[in-house]
Write a protein that binds this ligand. Structure first.
Ligand code: NAD
Length: 480
């Protein structure tokens, strides 16, 4: 059985506790690895190593750091197939998705920040005949990075890469449900020539390792992606310690379909925005709002397309959906389908567990599910399900569409489908979400700000936003 270890001070190590956590393969439901069960002692060692390494890493300067990070990106690319297989096995996602999206985007994240730092500039404010102000942005020291299970390496690198590029050392924690690919980075960091202690991974559960990172007095910045409830707990602990905090949290994203849209394009993209990665992407659109005069056309076409999706072995090229990440998560999603029925919803397709044969008989597979007949206020339309489940609601006009779209505590992403440019601008302006896609979905430019409003988070990642988060601004005023 494979052991998944910490990576601290340039070395792979078991946990101080000597205990292990079972890691499951969602495709089969079987335990396939043992994970180091870390705690505050391991976080202490990693933090100490990071502090020791900080002056060395900082002294390399932007060009030195950039070179090492670019090398790291090349090495992941060299080992791409290994990472792809590991991500799919650990998470249950189709191999083809890991190959097309997860691992290439992780490589792109690292390359992007390795080069962005070379162009990172700061402001000067000149007061005529009085003084010159300039803003000096220096790394914070040691950054804590905590990430979720849905896009394991992709979201992990989205934090770690800007933190490192900006000159910080990192104590990072991937999800205990999908720890594998983050654990594979350590060896490559060594190979890329990164000094020991710059990048540390402490494995284990959130309430021990995550909590120890959050409350550690020598980790002054926390970048977190995960559930809203966990984000609230992190803020409760970290805010009174005056830590810098970036919180990327849950969503309940609306897709607004106007009658004048390019119907075929909208339909194929909406199938992806609903069910890609088994609906386990924070950016998936889970509430589809459709203009009433095309509601039945949409409903018919969408249900047909959904029924044609194949749920199967993640390794099989023909599978559109693989397994969901865990038994608990599968049960949570199924409990929401039951709730939707109790609330008066009608399941138009899906709604059940899929049972595969042979080695996959114990795996956690779900049918893609479409539900209609529910109003905006019910729990099914208010709470994040984070699985292959969407609801359909008709709307009468722009105002009605916006009222439905904005009627949740979340505000992460929205999708708008219309050919009318004026309407798209009116609607976009009034949507309460941090990201809006018009006539597309998941098109990502890494320079753009990424994050949510309301209970979807605080702060933004991406581009200069991330580099600013991972640096401390100091204004220097020089009198003429
Ligand atoms: P989660 O909040 O359960 O866990 C996320 C991470 O936090 C894990 O590494 C976990 O071990 C750790 N953690 C748990 N308790 C902790 C604590 N008390 N202190 C510190 N760390 C702790 O989330 P999840 O189930 O892994 O991921 C799914 C959630 O993530 C969904 O809500 C989804 O919307 C959200 N998400 C958001 C974004 C975004 O960019 N906004 C992206 C992906 C996922």
């Amino acid at each position: 059985m494979q052991s998944i270890l910490h990576f601290i001070n340039g070395e792979e190590r078991p946990a101080e506790s000597g205990s292990w956590i079972d890691v499951h393969e969602p495709a089969t439901g079987l335990v396939y690895a043992q994970l180091a069960d870390g705690d505050a002692r391991d976080v202490d060692s990693a933090t100490e190593a990071a502090h020791q390494a900080f002056p060395v890493w900082r002294a390399l300067g932007v060009e030195g750091r950039s070179r090492i990070l670019l090398k790291l990106a090349d090495l992941i690319e060299r080992d791409l197939e290994m990472f792809v297989a590991a991500e799919s096995r650990d998470n249950g996602k189709p191999l083809s998705l890991a190959r097309k999206v997860d691992i290439p985007r992780a490589v792109a994240n690292i390359r992007f920040f390795a080069t962005a730092i070379l162009h990172f500039a700061s402001e000067a404010h000149i007061m005529d005949d009085v003084a010159l102000n300039y803003t000096d942005r220096q790394p914070i020291g040691v950054a804590g990075c905590i990430s979720p299970w849905n896009l394991p390496l992709y979201l992990f690198t989205w934090k770690v890469a800007p933190a490192l590029a900006a000159g910080n050392c990192v104590v990072a924690k991937p999800s205990e449900i999908t720890p594998l690919t983050a654990s594979m980075l350590g060896r490559l960091c060594n190979e890329a020539g990164m000094p020991p202690g710059v990048f540390n991974v402490v494995q284990g559960i959130g309430s021990k390792v995550g909590a120890a990172i959050t409350s550690h007095p020598r980790i002054p910045a926390i970048s977190f992606t995960g559930g809203t409830r966990t984000g609230a707990e992190i803020a409760r602990v970290a805010a009174p310690m005056f830590k810098k905090l970036s919180l990327e949290l849950g969503g309940k994203n609306p897709v607004l379909v106007f009658a004048d849209c390019d119907f075929e394009r909208m339909l194929s993209t909406t199938i992806h925005s609903s069910f890609r990665n088994q609906g386990q992407i924070c950016l998936c659109g889970s509430r589809i709002l459709i203009e009433r005069n095309i509601y039945s056309r949409f409903r018919h076409a969408f249900v047909e397309r959904t029924k044609a999706l194949r749920v199967g072995d993640p390794k099989d090229h023909a599978s559109d959906l693989g397994a969901v990440v865990s038994k608990d998560h599968m049960e949570k999603v199924l409990s929401y389908v039951a709730l939707a029925k109790e609330e008066g919803g009608e399941v138009l397709c899906g709604g059940k567990q899929v049972r595969l044969d042979g080695a996959l008989a114990g795996g956690w597979y779900l049918e893609p599910t479409v539900i209609e007949g529910l109003g905006p206020a019910c729990r099914t339309n208010q709470e994040e399900i984070f699985g292959p489940v969407v609801t359909l609601q008709p709307f009468d006009n722009e105002e009605h569409a916006l009222a439905l779209a904005n009627d949740t505590p979340y505000g992460l992403a929205s999708v708008v489908w219309t050919q009318d440019i004026s309407r798209s601008q009116r609607v976009v302006r009034n949507l309460r979400s941090g990201i809006v896609w018009v006539n597309c979905w998941m098109v990502r430019d890494l320079r753009t700000p990424f994050g949510g409003m309301k209970q979807s988070g605080v702060g933004r990642e991406g581009g200069t936003e991330a580099l600013r988060f991972f640096t401390e601004a100091k204004n220097v005023c020089i009198r003429y």
